[in-house]
Design a protein around this ligand. Structure first.
Ligand code: HEC
Ligand code: HEC
Length: 253
């Protein structure tokens, strides 16, 4: 829809163009603002789509530290691409590929992957050591994982859901409800230098965690995920009620 005013303006411009006038500041051929799907600059794509959750410079966000060189060294291109295109199941990471309901083209997702690599990857991020693989190779043993938690996590995150440690509780139901097993694995192996979570070598005093220990502790933490996060709420009061009055609580039962 065009207003009469803008049509008149267009008409005037067309006349000027016909007259061959070269106005200063005259727009060049083509759209002045690129169409959203034509933007391929990493900084622009990252700022518009990712920074809100992963932090302005890929750190200090609520979601993982993408600028951590150890993270960039740990994850392979295909997994990085898949997380962006399809989202991360059971977390708040949305799917960005158009075929999955998102707004980014394949070329834009490639630009994000390449941009992250160019900006945040460092050679030898692990100082010559080989970390456990990005993806777990087998299912974890949750029962063993509880013991791993006690030796590798409890000193900073507290021994139980009721007793948070200095680094906050990772046993809280509302926290566990928003993460998945891969998030835990990624966080434990690559660490989060932006918030002080160590990498896989810094959890147990004196030695690195093994691949199995990481798999097992992640499985145990996931087994602690509540079915209904945040529940139960404190019981609804059954205070004395005068006949004919509305009940104190309007909760439906
Ligand atoms: C609404 C918040 C939100 C937005 C926006 C968002 N993410 Fe995420 N992302 C998350 C959450 C939550 C997770 C899973 C938890 C975690 O890894 O911290 C995640 C996980 C990821 C992972 C996988 C981490 C792993 O375990 O290996 C990648 C890669 C990623 N995001 C990249 C991106 C990129 C690139 C963008 C922008 C195109 C983006 N995210 C936008 C919230 C978001
Ligand atoms: C030396 C102390 C220390 C140990 C040991 C430790 N952590 Fe952490 N961890 C931290 C700190 C500090 C944070 C940041 C807390 C914050 O931001 O409030 C953190 C944060 C986290 C986070 C949250 C990241 C986020 O999205 O906010 C996860 C998940 C986590 N740790 C998992 C673990 C697991 C699993 C273990 C045991 C295998 C473990 N940590 C052991 C210090 C530790």
């Amino acid at each position: 829809m065009k207003s009469a005013g803008s049509l008149a303006g267009l008409g005037a411009l067309a006349l000027l163009a016909l007259a061959g006038c070269d106005l200063p500041g005259k727009p060049k051929a083509g759209p002045e603002v690129p169409r959203p799907e034509e933007v391929l600059a990493f900084e622009t794509l990252y700022a518009a789509n990712c920074a809100g959750c992963h932090g302005v410079h890929g750190q200090d966000g609520a979601a993982t530290n993408l600028a951590n060189p150890k993270y960039q060294a740990l994850i392979d291109d295909a997994s990085l691409r898949e997380a962006i295109a399809k989202g991360v199941k059971a977390t708040l990471m949305p799917a960005f590929a158009q075929e999955n309901g998102g707004m980014l083209t394949d070329a834009q997702i490639d630009a994000l992957v390449q941009g992250m690599r160019a900006s945040w990857r460092r050679p030898d991020a692990f100082g010559g050591e080989t970390p456990p693989p990005y993806k777990a190779t087998h299912a974890g043993n949750a029962a063993k994982g509880q013991g791993v938690y006690a030796i590798a996590c409890a000193r900073c995150h507290g021994p139980s859901a009721q007793e948070a440690g200095t680094a906050g509780s990772i046993l809280s139901g509302s926290f566990l409800a928003l993460i998945n097993e891969q998030t835990l694995r990624t966080t434990v192996i690559a660490g989060r230098p932006d918030i002080g979570e160590p990498d896989w070598r810094g959890h147990i005093p004196g030695r690195a965690m093994t691949d199995d220990e990481i798999t097992d502790v992640s499985a145990w933490l996931m087994s602690q995920k509540p079915v209904n996060p945040g529940q139960p709420y404190p019981a609804v009061s059954t205070a004395v009620q005068t006949p004919g009055e509305k009940p104190a609580s309007t909760l439906k039962r």
